[in-house]
Design a protein around this ligand. Structure first.
Ligand code: ADP
Ligand code: ADP
Ligand code: ZN
Length: 216
């Protein structure tokens, strides 16, 4: 099964993708994570992406579609994937259709996490992750059981993203409204969109997503 998790920055896409990976063995394909890895490695893609990411602006379509195609080629054809943060523009949505068709895949569900914008700034500015294993946390909503120690791997190397500040978040939200939300009708016409209330607890949201996946 291949699905898209759609929602503005901080909606909970990464959190829910991680839960689906653990529970169902799906693979999360996050273009944000891939771009951050490219920036860290200093690759050509990373060099192109860094300033745009720091400003909260979108990286060119052909760059992200290229890395998504490459990643899919590393996976088995029966490996279910969760697209997290991709597609983000109409051009990317068209590319994704081509990328999937070329590989004999199809989209089963597009799940939109519907959230209250004011809550997003709180979610984003409190977000941090384990630098070792990538587990996500929040200053208020998901603290490690033992202060400063990752629940999953025991590391104390926590990280915050440079773009997780209030000013950049506002730009990212504007980009979402202007370029990403308008792609929903493409999928609505196909009857594969489900809107889920993203303001509930992480457990509530994950149960709602599982109910959608259980439909087929
Ligand atoms: P969030 O999960 O908070 O919405 P991401 O990690 O998905 O943020 O993305 C961080 C940044 O990476 C974006 O602001 C943008 O600059 C870039 N980016 C990630 N995915 C895409 C994409 N599909 N198209 C263009 N830019 C992207
Ligand atoms: P996205 O990938 O959509 O940008 P994340 O999954 O990284 O969003 O979540 C953003 C922040 O909000 C993280 O710190 C995460 O721990 C927290 N968070 C995620 N889902 C919820 C939720 N349902 N309730 C409260 N906080 C949440
Ligand atoms: Zn960890």
């Amino acid at each position: 099964m291949d699905i898209i998790l759609l929602g503005p920055p901080g909606a909970g896409k990464g959190t829910q993708a991680g839960l689906l990976e653990n529970k169902f063995g799906m693979v999360q394909l996050s273009t944000g994570d891939m771009l951050r890895a490219a920036v860290k490695a200093g690759t050509e893609v990373g060099l192109k992406a860094k300033a745009l990411m720091d400003a909260g602006e979108l990286v060119p379509d052909e760059v992200v579609s290229g890395i998504i195609g490459d990643k899919l080629d590393e996976l088995g054809s029966d490996q279910g994937v969760i697209f997290d943060g991709y597609p983000r523009t109409a051009t990317q949505a068209v590319s994704l259709d081509e990328i999937l068709a070329e590989r004999g895949r199809k989209l089963d569900h597009v799940i939109e996490l519907v959230v209250d914008e004011d809550a997003l700034v709180v979610r984003i500015t409190g977000r941090f992750t384990c630098g070792n294993c990538g587990e996500g946390y929040h200053d208020t909503f998901k603290q490690p059981a033992k202060a400063d120690v990752c629940d999953v791997c025991g590391s104390s190397d926590f990280k915050r993203r440079p773009d997780d500040n209030e000013e950049t978040v506002r730009t990212r939200m504007t980009e979402y409204r202007a370029k990403t939300q308008p792609i929903l009708p493409i999928y609505e016409e196909r009857g594969i969109v489900t809107k889920i209330d993203g303001m509930g607890s992480m457990d509530d949201v994950s149960q709602a997503i599982e109910a959608v996946l259980a439909q087929n």
